[in-house]
Ligand binder design. Structure first.
Ligand code: ZN
Length: 185
């Protein structure tokens, strides 16, 4: 079986992207939408994998470390956790295909507490393309895990966003220089 590639669309939900999301990055995140959809269509058409690792929280979870750090966000079965904009109908249309799936995650890294690494290895996926939000938190932590697990990571810089320009610059530089990620437009 030849090596496969996967597109990971990370946390592209209303709470992180929409103007009225509870933990929104706003315009920089919204600006990623056309490119993310273009990549999703491209990967789908090429018979590669499109995976949507999506933060999920329980209401008032006193044991979760993020409860002390951030306002409530991405609670299960809320509008805030729904995929933002055109990605929602895209996923609804394509989710029956076995190459496309949305997965819960409860930590920044898409690999922590999930079966992502097992599913990628089963499919002989060696290269991960990362898009979504935020560059300096969930995308960064997913890249750290991927680096430690030996994946080749490609960051699409026009399809990832941060809360601040400084954080965006730091995250891209760190992923490139310390984690060996390839940064592409
Ligand atoms: Zn969270």
């Amino acid at each position: 079986m030849s090596d496969k590639e996967a597109l990971l669309i990370i946390d592209y939900t209303n709470d992180f992207v929409a103007d009225d999301g509870t933990l929104t990055l706003g315009k920089p995140a919204q600006a990623c939408e056309p490119k993310i959809l273009e990549l999703a269509n491209q990967f789908y058409a090429a018979d590669q994998f499109v995976i949507l690792p999506t933060d999920v929280h329980r209401k008032g979870d006193q044991y979760h470390p993020e409860t002390k750090l951030f306002p409530p966000h991405n609670q299960r079965n809320t509008w805030g956790r729904e995929l933002f904009g055109e990605l929602k109908p895209w996923y609804q249309e394509h989710q029956k295909n076995e190459n496309v799936w949305l997965m819960d995650k409860t930590r920044y890294s898409s690999f922590v507490g999930t079966d992502l690494d097992l599913r990628l290895r089963e499919r002989n996926v060696k290269t991960l393309h990362l898009v979504g939000v935020s560059s300096d938190i969930c995308v960064l932590h997913t890249t750290i895990s991927a680096y430690n697990l030996g994946y080749h990571v490609i960051i699409h810089e026009n399809s990832v966003a941060s809360f601040t320009d400084a954080n965006q610059a730091f995250a891209l530089n760190h992923m490139k220089t310390a984690l060996g990620a390839e940064i592409v437009k």
